[in-house]
Design a protein around this ligand. Sequence first.
Ligand code: SF4
Length: 267
Amino acid sequence: MIGLVVPSAAEMGPCGPIRSACDAKIVSPNGPDDEMGPVRFAWLELTPHCNLRCLHCYADSTPERRASTAMEVADWKRTLRVLNERRCAGIQFIGGEPMLHPAFEELVSFSRSLAFARIEVFTNGTALTDNNIDFLSQHGVHLNVSVYSHDAAAHDHVTGVDGSWQRSMAGLQRAVGRLSMHCAVVAVASNTEPSDTVEFLRGIGISSISVHQTRPVGRGITVTRGESKTCGQCNSGCIAIGYDGLVRPCVFRREEILASVDDYLTG
Ligand code: SF4
């Protein structure tokens, strides 16, 4: 059995909630010397498809990009099973928008049937309904939600989709008090202050919030100046498994292929 100490927002690395479980102090109740698996946290990039088209998206996701067929549901389940056997403690479903993957709930349920200490979903919040919030709550899922501004027009300018702020905020407000949740304020909107967005989020009952800069990855190249691609804590027991059937060291190190998923799982 693996224990997990969840870090405060201040303890998170610069990649913030994308790395929250990665940076979490995943510890064995048998003490710090208890042997852990070499990978303690895995990002599972379920799909390149997203209903938004954010200016800074590291994954180049858009509504036009469709799900890849390189990883079928059976491949994801095999991946989850092997990660669990290797004592990986935390996973995060990410995309694209992972909640739009047709097998999202099936994969969350399957993950819960295994012994992961922490299951996270990184979402834009637009697909949060009462029903799926109940589902996520029943499965003990921790939610990370990206927010760009307290101002609807500024947020929608970043996402490229009118009405996205309204939908994300409605989802967030439904989830407050029902899910363990963190909001990542990404400083992309040039005409609003991240601190005002933090105050706004506090006002609707969200207490775990962090502020992040964009990273020069994917479309982030066009809106980022001088920031490093990564948080500098690379090779610390994390991997990213992609919808394209490839394994990378981090979601931000997209050009670095470690192995095919097949080779990784059988290696
Ligand atoms: S919500 Fe996330 S995955 Fe979707 S376009 Fe924006 S940054 Fe990319």
